[in-house]
Design a protein around this ligand. Structure first.
Ligand SMILES: Cc1cc2nc3c(=O)[nH]c(=O)nc-3n(C[C@H](O)[C@H](O)[C@H](O)COP(=O)(O)OP(=O)(O)OC[C@H]3O[C@@H](n4cnc5c(N)ncnc54)[C@H](O)[C@@H]3O)c2cc1C
Length: 353
């Protein structure tokens, strides 16, 4: 249940192992948080996250270039996986950052203001920084479309505009789900419904700490190659796409399921973007949107069997890093469902009663 990145990557993993998969999506596939995000393939300040987030992100980072190439050849759509690197200016904890990089074998260099300018000549801020050359990005809307096509090629069925309203339980097993129009039977069921996952699980009396956290983004249309690197300053970032679009993110708002955009956020994001890259003043803002992240405690997702219903599974709560952690998260849940040796320890992601 859920045709965002979490559901689609899992559908692919299962289909590759010969499982018959149907994805039931409330609206149109791939239009929620997974579409709205920036596609940076790393947590923003990775040393601030607990180890289970790092484990999923690191595994995925090793896997992404190959995954993007496979999906492109299967779908004919280029998801624009680019190793653009990430330059952080005015880092607050350079020592923690450096020792984290050392410990996790991630290339992370402390750079002077002049070195930062050589890495990204468009900077409007003079500051020392941290340069992470290995960090990549993917153009998430394209990645999602490519993934849908690749899944179709593997026989995955998609049912859109069909919100699941009820989980059908019999003798402590789930036997299927109901939408307003239909009922579907299945041997196993997965809740991968992003910020809405708790709504479905609460019908079973299960309480997960997954709540919507709104993030607003702006999009500029500049020139190709104006900006080369992802740049991050005090929580705000700019991401250059290949065709000259530049994304600016993002806000963190706890305002329920409201997805409206605000003038206040637009002004704050625009001011931050034009401070980081003054040349952006010469280009138009062509879009402004909001998405609802599936917020969870410490950013650690649930990748787990339901505590009482053995054939019901949950993959939810990927918060700010669902794209960065996606491939490992999908493989890990597929391992659990198919009773294979898991790629990572499962216990940090387990739902406890
Ligand atoms: C502004 C912003 C910037 C971000 N930037 C990044 C980034 O740079 N890097 C990164 O790694 N992550 C980023 N993220 C986070 C990332 O987008 C999410 O962690 C990830 O997309 C979550 O994927 P998901 O499939 O779990 O949720 P979603 O993409 O929200 O998908 C859930 C799906 O479930 C469906 N659904 C809900 N209820 C039901 C139901 N009852 N029945 C059927 N279907 C249902 C929804 O319609 C939706 O399509 C960002 C997010 C935002 C909002």
């Amino acid at each position: 249940m859920g045709g965002g990145l979490t559901g689609l990557l899992l559908a692919r993993e299962l289909a590759l192992s010969g499982v018959e998969v149907t994805v039931i999506e409330r609206g149109k596939l791939a239009q929620e948080s997974s579409w709205a995000g920036g596609g940076i393939l790393s947590p923003l300040y990775p040393w601030r996250y607990p180890e289970p987030v790092t484990a999923l992100a690191s595994w995925s980072q090793r896997f992404y270039a190959g995954l993007a190439a496979d999906i492109q050849s299967q779908s004919g759509i280029d998801p624009e996986f680019i190793q653009s690197g990430l330059l952080m200016l005015a880092p607050e904890e350079p020592n923690e950052a450096l020792s984290w990089g050392h410990q996790h074998d991630v290339e992370l260099q402390q750079v002077s203001s002049a070195e930062a300018n050589a890495i990204e000549p468009q900077l409007g801020i003079e500051s020392d920084g941290i340069w992470m050359p290995q960090i990549a990005q993917i153009r998430n809307p394209r990645f999602l479309q490519a993934l849908i096509k690749a899944c179709e090629g593997l026989g995955v069925k998609f049912i859109e505009f069909s919100p699941v309203e009820q989980l059908i339980i019999q003798d402590e097993r789930i036997i299927g789900v109901k939408t307003s129009a239909d009922a579907f039977r299945a041997e196993s069921v997965v809740v991968a419904s992003g910020a809405w996952s708790q709504q479905l699980l609460s019908t079973l009396g299960t309480n997960l700490e997954v709540k919507p956290v709104k993030g607003q983004m702006l999009l500029y249309l500049a020139e190709p190659d104006l900006l080369q690197r992802i740049v991050l300053v005090e929580g705000r970032y700019v991401i250059p796409r290949r065709d000259g679009h530049i994304l600016v993110g993002s806000t963190m708002e706890y305002s329920g399921f409201d997805k409206s955009t605000t003038d206040e956020a637009r002004q704050a994001l625009q001011a931050a973007a034009e401070k980081i890259v003054p040349a952006l003043r010469n280009y138009p803002v062509v879009n402004h949107w909001a998405g609802l992240r599936p917020g969870s405690t410490d950013g650690i997702p649930y990748i787990s069997q339901h505590p009482k219903i053995a054939n019901l599974f949950v993959s939810a709560g990927h918060f700010r890093n669902g794209v960065a952690m996606g491939p490992a998260s999908a493989r890990l849940l597929a391992d659990l469902i198919l009773e294979r040796d898991p790629i990572l320890e499962l216990y940090p992601y387990k739902i406890n009663v």
